[in-house]
Design a protein around this ligand. Structure first.
Ligand SMILES: *Cc1c(COP(=O)(O)O)cnc(C)c1O
Length: 362
C-alpha cells in the first residue's frame, strides 16, 4: 500500500482519508503563502478566520443545516458535552435518557450531577446488543430534553428509528456516526460529535444546536467555558479554539463534498459494512453480537465464542497488517470500525484474511 500504511480499524482516533493527509502534509510548512503552518497561526488572523468560516459553511452545506441552528466548535471532547448539556439545557431540572451502551450510560451518570435523570429505556438486559422500542416511551412531562447516543461505538448498535419524544427536544451524541449518512437536522434540538471518530483529529466537538435552546439566563455557577451562549456569541473563539482540528475537519468537509456528499458517503458505507456482515452471517467460526435491525454501519463487533480463539485472531490480524481489531473488554472478541475513511478494499482484505483464518483453524 502507498506509504506502507496499514488498514487501521481503530474506534478512535481513527483512520483518515489519505487525500486529506496529503493535503495537510503539502501545506505543513507554508499554508497558502502565509509563510507558516496552521498550527503556528494566530486564531485572530484573517487567514484562520477564513479557515473556520469555510469549515462552518461547508458543514452547513453538507448537512443542510437550517439557519436557526448554530454550529459550534468546542474543546473538551464529547465527554465535556455530557456535563454541558445538562448544565445548559436543564431548565426544569429534569431530563430523560435512553441508555443503549457505555456512552449513553456515562452521559446519564454525569447528568445526575445537574438534576433529575430518568432512564426511560435501556438495553442493559442483553448487554446492549439492541436498541429498545422507542415508539411510546414514558416521557416525563417536565423533561427538558430526551437524550440518545445514536451510534454506540463500543456495542456497535444504532437506532433504526429516532425515538418518539412526544414533542420534547431530542439531543443526540453522533460521535461515531457523524457525517456517515444524511441527517435531518430539524429532527433534533441538538446534535454533537467528538470529531476523532469519523472526521478529524482528537480534542474537539462539533455541536449543532437550535438557537432557542441557547440560554442566556443560566445560573451563576455555570462555568463560562461551559456556556453555549458564550461559544455562540464569540464564533467559537471565546478562547483559543482547537485550530488544528478545525483546519483538518474543514478539509474532510471539502473532501466529503467532492465525493458527492452524505448520500454518496452512505452508499459507500452500506456497501462496505455489508461485506463484513455478510461474512459474519455465513461464517461458522465468527458471529456478530448485535441484533440485525440495530447493526451499526460504523462499528462492527464480532466474536468466535471462545476467548482464547478471539485473542488468536486479534494477534493474527495485527501481524497481517489489520490493526486495532481487539474488541472493547465489555463486549470481548473483535471490533472493526469501518468509518468513512476506511476504504472498501480494507474490509474486503480483512474478510479474505478471516476466511483464510477460519479455514485453517477449524
Ligand atoms: C468516543 C466517544 C465519546 C467520548 O469522546 P471524547 O472525545 O473522548 O470525550 C462519547 N460518545 C461516543 C459515542 C463516543 O464514541
Amino acid at each position: 500500500m502507498k506509504y506502507d500504511r496499514i488498514y487501521n480499524f481503530s474506534a478512535g482516533p481513527a483512520t483518515m482519508p489519505v487525500e486529506v493527509l496529503e493535503e495537510v502534509a503539502a501545506e505543513m510548512m507554508n499554508y497558502k503563502g502565509s509563510g507558516m503552518c496552521v498550527m503556528e497561526m494566530s486564531h485572530r488572523s484573517k487567514v484562520f478566520q477564513t479557515i473556520i468560516d469555510e469549515a462552518e459553511a461547508d458543514l452547513r452545506e453538507l448537512m443542510n443545516i437550517p439557519s436557526n441552528y448554530k454550529v459550534l466548535f468546542i474543546q473538551g471532547g464529547a465527554t465535556l458535552q455530557f456535563a454541558m448539556i445538562p448544565a445548559n439545557l436543564m431548565k426544569n431540572g429534569v431530563a430523560d435518557y435512553i441508555v443503549t451502551g457505555a456512552w449513553s450510560k456515562k452521559a446519564a451518570e454525569e447528568a445526575k450531577k445537574y438534576g433529575k435523570v430518568n432512564v426511560i429505556a435501556t438495553s442493559k438486559d442483553k448487554n446492549f446488543s439492541y436498541v429498545p422500542d422507542v415508539s411510546d416511551l414514558p416521557i416525563d412531562e417536565n423533561a427538558d430534553y430526551v437524550y440518545i447516543c445514536e451510534n454506540e461505538t463500543i456495542h456497535g448498535t444504532t437506532y433504526a428509528n429516532l425515538p418518539n419524544t412526544k414533542g420534547k427536544t431530542l439531543v443526540a451524541d453522533q460521535s461515531s456516526m457523524f457525517l456517515s449518512k444524511p441527517c435531518n437536522v430539524s429532527d433534533y434540538g441538538m446534535i454533537y460529535a467528538g470529531v476523532q471518530k469519523n472526521v478529524g483529529p482528537a480534542g474537539m466537538v462539533v455541536a449543532i444546536i437550535r438557537e432557542d435552546l441557547i440560554r442566556t439566563d443560566l445560573p451563576e455557577w455555570v462555568p463560562t467555558y461551559m456556556r453555549y451562549d458564550i461559544h455562540a456569541e464569540n464564533g467559537s473563539m471565546y478562547n483559543t479554539p482547537n485550530c488544528w482540528a478545525i483546519y483538518v475537519c474543514g478539509k474532510v468537509f471539502k473532501y466529503l463534498k467532492k465525493i458527492g456528499g452524505l448520500s454518496a458517503m452512505q452508499a459507500i458505507n452500506e456497501d462496505k459494512a455489508k461485506v463484513l456482515y455478510d461474512f459474519l452471517d455465513s461464517s461458522k467460526m465468527f458471529r456478530g453480537t448485535v441484533e440485525k435491525k440495530y447493526r451499526s454501519l460504523m462499528n462492527i463487533p464480532f466474536v468466535t465464542g471462545d476467548e482464547a480463539m478471539d485473542a488468536k485472531v486479534v494477534a493474527a490480524t495485527k501481524a497481517a497488517g489489520y490493526d486495532n481489531l481487539k474488541g472493547h473488554k465489555s463486549v470481548g472478541g473483535l471490533r472493526a470500525s469501518t468509518y468513512n475513511a476506511m476504504p472498501k478494499e480494507g474490509v474486503v482484505a480483512l474478510v479474505d484474511f478471516l476466511k483464510k483464518f477460519e479455514a485453517e483453524n477449524q
